[in-house]
Write a protein that binds this ligand. Structure first.
Ligand SMILES: Cc1cc2nc3c(=O)[nH]c(=O)nc-3n(C[C@H](O)[C@H](O)[C@H](O)COP(=O)(O)OP(=O)(O)OC[C@H]3O[C@@H](n4cnc5c(N)ncnc54)[C@H](O)[C@@H]3O)c2cc1C
Ligand SMILES: NC(=O)c1ccc[n+]([C@@H]2O[C@H](COP(=O)([O-])OP(=O)(O)OC[C@H]3O[C@@H](n4cnc5c(N)ncnc54)[C@H](O)[C@@H]3O)[C@@H](O)[C@H]2O)c1
Length: 441
């Protein structure tokens, strides 16, 4: 039987970061993966999505400049864009595995399950470990409706050989907004079906509405307050039935959230507690069995389930796995929806702002005439700043093609509580989103 100091289950961003860090600290480390080495983000999440999004960006930039010195439309060649995506993603699993092996980390391929609190079985092989880290991520949730077998997921979309002529997304969260924009730019007729009238919950409703408007301008149809009841397969299409809608489409993507990969681990044999949201941990990322830890998307936590958050938790464990003196403290976490326009936010939650409305005030600034945004003809660019009673910025939401850049500058400003005077002591390259920063303070 193989014995190691630390066994890690799941080789996504969380598991691999923990494996490299703990190995570098002198531990013997083994890692198990049941599917694609590298996990969701580089194989079927952030990275392939953003490679496809590059086609949208180029098309949009050309469109924005029509009549302003740029002529001719840019069209997306889906098979070629997909080949461009694959030129990156095809290499990820093998290069991830080779990277782990090169550092002396033992790898196992197969579905891991606990035999007892110190023993994990992979393909009938037993591995014993002093400490175990669960980093098994999440998988798409499947709506429990009649015809659920006809639903496809974001994973299917990110490998489409051919873009369907008509496509519907159920659920108006991160995945739908991003993939809907890709599908629309690639020439599909796109529908979004959402069960209430609050898309992208967690983002500011006013600027989310701007994002919806901008997607509607591009031709995306939103159907709010529609409960999907059934999906039926006809000869060459599917029909989505809600209480008021009967919509024929070629493909239906279910994007109604993700579920933790904790149910196949036989955690009851190890005495590890779970909830519907995932594996329950304390402020040291220890599960109910103190030598078993959990990190990344599989955690039941209030922080967003994102790659940099998974990496942050891995880095915390690397530093603190042998001492439980310093609880994990999360910094501010920016969240961002990519698209033709991007929606980004940072700061205290929208729930907190709504619950204590009298303690906060806000202003929305139209950025479209500011030089940085005017230059790229970003006519929808806006920022919303929320202040507390001492006029300190506590939350920022941005809708703009440059929201991804600008929000990261606010990470520095808010984390370091930089004042206008402090910013005046710095010189930023001009003209860039950073050189506008002092005007917001
Ligand atoms: C379409 C999409 C787009 C996204 N875009 C972004 C983005 O732009 N930015 C961002 O920050 N985040 C994004 N995310 C989220 C991001 O992918 C996750 O937060 C991140 O991958 C979490 O890392 P993880 O290591 O916790 O889990 P994962 O990356 O899911 O890795 C877990 C691994 O564990 C393996 N595993 C599961 N069960 C077992 C078992 N029993 N035995 C062995 N192995 C097992 C799985 O096969 C998987 O490889 C996106 C996600 C999706 C789906
Ligand atoms: N840019 C990014 O950082 C990025 C991009 C994609 C995914 N992600 C990660 O992946 C996670 C999953 O994304 P997601 O879009 O699946 O989840 P999500 O939680 O963002 O959105 C799911 C949406 O489905 C809706 N919904 C639930 N039940 C429904 C029903 N019966 N009918 C219609 N709508 C219903 C919810 O109200 C919600 O708006 C995200 O929370 C995030 O952690 C991040």
């Amino acid at each position: 039987m193989k014995k190691v100091d630390v066994l890690i289950i799941g080789a996504g961003p969380a598991g691999t970061a923990a494996a490299y860090g703990l190995k570098a600290k002198g531990k013997t480390v083994a890692i198990v993966e049941a599917d694609l080495w590298g996990g969701t983000c580089p194989n079927r999440g952030c990275d392939p999505k953003k490679l496809l999004m590059r086609g949208v960006e180029v098309k949009t930039e050309a469109k924005r400049m029509q009549g302003n010195g740029v002529q001719g439309q840019v069209a997306i060649d889906w098979p070629a864009l997909m080949a461009f995506k694959r030129s990156y993603t095809d290499r990820v699993p093998e290069s991830t595995k080779q990277g782990l092996l090169a550092e002396g980390i033992t790898t196992y391929y197969g579905q891991a399950a606990f035999r007892d609190a110190h023993t994990v079985v992979v393909d009938a092989e037993e591995i014993q470990a002093e400490k175990i880290i669960i980093a098994t991520g999440q998988r798409p949730a499947v709506l429990p409706i009649v015809g659920k077998e006809h639903l496809q997921s974001s994973t299917d979309f990110l490998s489409f050989e051919k873009m369907p002529a008509t496509i519907a997304f159920i659920g108006a969260g991160y995945i739908t907004f991003e993939l809907a924009m890709i599908a629309q730019a690639a020439g599909a007729e796109v529908h979004v079906i959402h069960h209430n009238d609050q898309p992208l919950k967690g983002f500011d409703a006013e600027l989310t509405a701007e994002m919806v408007r901008s997607m509607q301008d591009q031709g995306v149809s939103f159907h709010f307050n529609q409960n999907t009841q059934r999906i039926t397969k006809e000869q060459n299409h599917y029909t989505i039935q809600t209480q008021a809608l009967s919509l024929p489409v070629e493909a239906v993507i279910g994007a109604t959230g993700r579920r933790p990969n904790s149910d196949q681990l036989q955690l009851e044999k190890a005495g590890v507690e779970t909830s519907k949201q995932g594996i329950v941990v304390n402020e040291f990322l220890q599960t109910s069995q103190r030598h078993i830890y959990a990190i990344g998307d599989v955690l039941a936590k209030k922080q967003p389930k994102l790659t940099p958050v998974a990496s942050f938790e891995a880095a915390y464990l690397v530093d603190h796995i042998d001492d439980q003196k310093t609880p994990i403290r999360y910094p501010l976490i920016p969240t961002l929806v990519f698209g033709e326009e991007k929606l980004a936010r940072i700061g205290i939650s929208e729930q907190e702002i709504a619950d204590h409305a009298s303690e906060y005030h806000s202003e929305v600034i139209d950025l479209s005439s500011w030089y940085t945004y005017r230059r790229i003809n970003d006519q929808n660019a806006k920022i919303k700043l929320v202040y507390d009673t001492s006029d300190t910025i506590v939350a920022v939401t941005i809708v703009s093609a440059l929201a991804d850049e600008l929000i990261n500058h606010f990470v520095f400003v808010l984390e370091n509580q930089l004042s206008k005077e402090a910013l005046a002591q710095m010189i930023f390259a001009y003209p860039t989103p950073a050189s506008d920063l002092s005007y917001f303070l």
